[in-house]
Design a protein around this ligand. Structure first.
Ligand code: ADP
Length: 636
């Protein structure tokens, strides 16, 4: 038999961790422990025989503690008392939150009430702070301008803010606990097919999911709104997914405004284009009709008639050129693609782009550079346009930087640039010129938009159309007074480099070769030096036989001359016309420029009639030389 331990009641009370105060039937304190002395700041003699209320503020004294005590002392009820939250009063007058538990205990004849009191000030502070934080969060979420919905890990609605209530048409109370898709109906704006559940996508991947727009949200009342939406996981500190938060924005109004703006801008562009075409064609027609009128008044001498006819021809050719540029813009000449290195195309374009400017071109290539599958001629034309514009932006001269680098565009960046994700080569042309004002920035790619007195406004629109045809994109970054950087992205080739084909395209990946035929050594050398500087390969001939031989050899070796410059009146009496006839015998497609100081000579005034493709009036300078060759090589 085990003997019952004898417990010293006082010692037991003393060892309890909570402040303990025992009162008698009258509510007077009969016993306290050290924790109670500490908690209330009274030595125990001062507490004994005092009513329990001494330990609570005066305003709380009437009523419930005493009632509670009476309740516990009633003869019918003997359960343990429940915790009661009270305000405690320290001897020094400060108040604190406390939790009190009352329970009756029989002591001989008497029934006493034991009260265990615990200071809960710290816990209260934390609770209050938490409530405040919760309140603040809820106010923030409710007043936020975007719709916010949170769901639990089962995909059931936990919370909807006010905007979400308005956009979905569902109130917080009725929506709570329902599966998301019951209140959040999303359709693809174009196909009107329902979207998959964004919450399921977040829960399965654990990643942020952006719904690729445009998306329609259909409200409870059937109202359709365009929204942009993203869903993100809510995690606990250990990383476990507790639910998903959806944030979405109504862009219906914004989209309408953008569409409106786009329509206005399109109309402006069409107006500009139509005005430009009308202006150009009017001028050309004026010239054609005026000259025709003169030709038809037969009284005039014959030599004048040929001049008028040549003016008509010139105007008609210019009209043809404009039409072809417009066609490139409208549907883009189909690129004849070949795998090439962009480095060579840039070097080639830079070689002849800036003949009459004080600008210097700096080329910066990252190594290695991916190859491109492009139409070399068209891409050279784009770089050429950008370089010419850059040099125009720096009339005082300066340095232009042309760079090329490899760029891999991931989903988001690619979408941002309206490109497919993948490998691209980015080419940039940077100047430190006048820059482009904000007002002009969105117009510069429009056909016929120009701020230059003699500009055509077709350079950038053609470049844009060429780059689009190559599945790339072109953009500009500019600040007035600081300069501009035009950048275009072209997809990297998936094939190996291909051999240059013969004919026109081969032009663009080797040096352009020019034969100069002139018996004046000074002219030969000066012209040669200039052309070499610009980037051409130059061969000289001082006699007709030598010129014919060099021309034949070049043709037979597969590296024909791209252009020949022939002096019209050699001092020995032989002229460029005879020589041209012999060269045509070797290669009928020879591209020849006639050069003479005698402008009155009919060959000079109407060189095309005599089979030449251009003329160069002596004395000529770098600018004339570069221009005539450029025009010759870029008109087919
Ligand atoms: P154009 O050169 O004949 O005017 P473009 O289409 O090439 O035609 O250019 C359109 C306009 O864009 C130019 O008139 C000019 O106002 C602006 N622009 C283009 N490139 C630059 C540049 N690098 N710096 C400043 N302005 C530029």
């Amino acid at each position: 038999m085990t003997t019952q331990p004898v417990i010293d009641f006082k010692k037991l009370i003393e060892s309890l961790p909570d402040a303990t105060v025992i009162v008698n039937r009258d509510g007077k304190i009969v016993l306290v422990n050290a924790q109670a002395e500490l908690l209330f700041g009274y030595p125990r003699q001062e507490l004994l025989n005092q009513p329990l209320e001494i330990l609570i503020p005066v305003r709380n004294r009437s009523g419930h503690i005493r009632e509670r005590i009476g309740y516990y002392l009633s003869p019918h009820i003997r359960p343990m008392g429940k915790g009661l939250e009270i305000v405690g009063l320290h001897k020094d007058g400060h108040e604190f939150s406390a939790d009190i538990s009352l329970s009756p205990v029989e002591a001989g004849e008497e029934v006493l009430v034991i009260s265990s009191i615990r200071d809960i000030s710290d816990r209260k502070k934390i609770e209050e702070a938490l409530t405040e934080e919760k309140e603040r969060l809820s106010v923030t979420l409710r007043s936020i301008g975007d719709g916010v919905i949170t769901v639990d890990s089962q995909g059931r609605i936990v919370f909807l803010n006010r905007v979400a209530e308005i956009l979905t048409g569902w109130g917080q109370t009725e929506a709570k606990g329902r599966p998301l898709l019951e209140i959040f109906h999303l359709l693809n704006e174009k196909t009107r097919q329902p979207y998959e559940d964004p919450v399921a996508a977040v829960l399965s991947t654990g990643k942020i999911v952006e719904i690729a727009g445009p998306t329609l949200l259909i409200s409870k009342e059937g109202i359709e709104r365009s929204i942009v939406d993203c869903a993100a996981p809510i995690r606990d500190p250990a990383g476990k997914i507790l639910g998903v938060v959806l944030v979405f924005r109504d862009i219906t109004g914004k989209q309408k405004m953008e569409e409106e703006l786009l329509r206005t801008m399109k109309l402006e562009s069409i107006g500009l284009l139509a005005g430009g075409v009308a202006h150009d064609f009017n001028n050309l027609l004026t010239s054609i009709l005026g000259n025709l009128d003169l030709v038809m008044t037969e009284k005039e001498p014959r030599n004048k008639r040929s001049h008028w006819l040549s003016q008509i021809e010139k105007a008609a050719l210019r009209a043809k050129e404009i039409a072809s540029q417009l066609l490139t813009f409208a549907k883009g000449a189909t690129p004849v693609k070949r795998v090439v290195s962009i480095k060579e195309l840039i070097e080639e374009a830079a070689g002849f782009a800036l003949p009459d400017s004080n600008c210097r071109c700096e080329l910066v290539f990252s190594d290695p550079l991916w190859l491109l599958e492009v139409d070399p001629g068209q891409i050279i034309q784009v770089i050429h346009n950008l370089l010419i514009n850059a040099s125009h932006a720096m009339p005082e001269g300066g340095v232009l930087t042309v760079g090329a680098e490899n760029i891999t565009l991931k989903n988001k960046e690619a979408r941002h640039r309206s490109l497919k994700p993948g490998n691209y080569v980015r080419v940039s042309v940077k100047d430190s010129g006048v820059g482009i004002s904000k007002e002009h920035l969105h117009k510069i790619f429009d056909p016929y938009f120009t701020t230059k007195e003699t500009g055509t406004g077709l350079g950038l629109s053609n470049s844009y159309s060429i780059i689009k045809k190559h599945h790339g994109t072109i953009s500009v970054d500019s600040q007035v007074g600081m300069g501009s950087t035009f950048s275009f992205y072209l997809p990297a080739a998936t094939k190996e480099i291909s051999a240059p084909s013969r004919g026109e395209d081969a032009l663009h990946i080797r040096h352009i070769r020019v034969l100069i035929f002139d018996d004046d050594p000074m002219i030969r050398e000066t012209a040669g030096e200039i052309l070499k500087q610009i980037g051409y390969e130059v061969v000289y001939a001082s006699e007709e036989r030598e010129a014919v031989e060099l021309f034949r050899q070049a043709k037979e070796s597969g590296e024909p001359f791209d252009a020949v410059i022939l002096d019209l009146n050699l001092s020995n009496g032989m002229g460029g016309i005879d020589l041209l006839a012999r060269l045509k015998g070797i290669d009928p497609s020879v591209r020849a420029i006639v050069s003479s100081k005698n402008l009155e000579d009919p060959v000079m005034s109407d060189c095309r009639k005599y089979g030449f493709k251009g003329r160069l009036a002596k004395p000529y300078d770098r600018k004339d030389l570069a221009k005539v060759l450029h025009d010759l090589l870029h008109t087919l």
